[in-house]
Design a binder for this molecule. Structure first.
Ligand code: CDP
Length: 221
């Protein structure tokens, strides 16, 4: 049993990042977004001109051989870097968001991430969020949560995050994008998005951020 990883999984725009960050602040422990790792790699692949609408395993493997992904401590937070470049807002760009699920479905990418994500447990007590933390990365974790919210609530939340959607986006168009990403994430063969049997399901549609954070903290064993 692993007791130092608080694993939070769930679909796109379900509020995982906000909640995971608050849990990390409250407990003064590192917060790791594995989505940001996939986003950083997507940013890099797009920079290098890879066609992520038709991703090719060989081209991706060559790219992975040239990519170094690190987390650097910046004050209280951890900053993600790709080949030493700080990612910051680059990885939240709509162009990255619309391609990330295709990249994340590739077995060679998931294999490349596995050890990197597991090795972060050496930081001590951490909160890690993503899609497969409770099922694949740390299946032995005692503290697993699966966060969801209704499609409308999720679309509204994403639309409210400035800079994350293209100009002219509507609730309907954002909802469609989220649905498409969830479809790819849940139906892929390798490490699909699903709730671990022993994860606690939290539907945050009608809950405040504080209520969700308190629930998670009170359940951490
Ligand atoms: O913040 P948002 O809900 O939009 O998603 P994210 O957590 O930043 O993750 C972006 C994408 O990365 C997801 O849609 C997945 O395709 C992929 N991902 C994954 O496959 N496995 C993870 N553990 C985390 C993210």
């Amino acid at each position: 049993m692993i007791d130092n990883v608080i694993a939070i999984d769930g679909p796109a725009a379900s509020g995982k990042s906000t909640i995971a960050q608050k849990v990390s602040e409250t407990l003064s422990i590192p917060y790791i977004s594995t989505g940001n790792m996939y986003r950083a790699l997507t940013w890099y692949a797009l920079q290098k001109g890879l066609d992520l609408n038709n991703p090719d395993e060989k081209a991706m493997k060559d790219l992975l051989a040239t990519a170094e992904l690190t987390y650097a401590k910046a004050g209280d937070k951890f900053e993600i870097r790709l080949n030493k470049q700080e990612m910051g807002p680059l990885i939240r760009a709509p162009e990255v968001t619309s391609h990330v699920s295709n990249l994340a479905a590739m077995p060679c990418v998931r294999e490349w991430m596995l050890d990197k994500q597991r090795s972060l447990a050496k930081l001590g007590l951490i909160v890690m969020e993503g899609r497969d933390i409770g099922t694949v990365i740390f299946p032995g974790s005692k503290n697993k949560f699966f966060l969801t919210a209704s499609p409308m609530v999720r679309a509204k939340r994403r639309l409210a995050q400035s800079g994350e959607t293209t100009d002219g986006s509507t609730i309907e168009s954002v909802a469609r994008e989220i649905e498409e990403r969830d479809r790819i994430d849940t139906t892929r063969k390798t490490a699909p998005l699903r709730k671990a049997d022993d994860a606690l399901l939290i539907d945050s549609s009608d809950m405040t951020i504080e209520e969700v954070v308190n629930k998670i903290i009170s359940c951490v064993k």
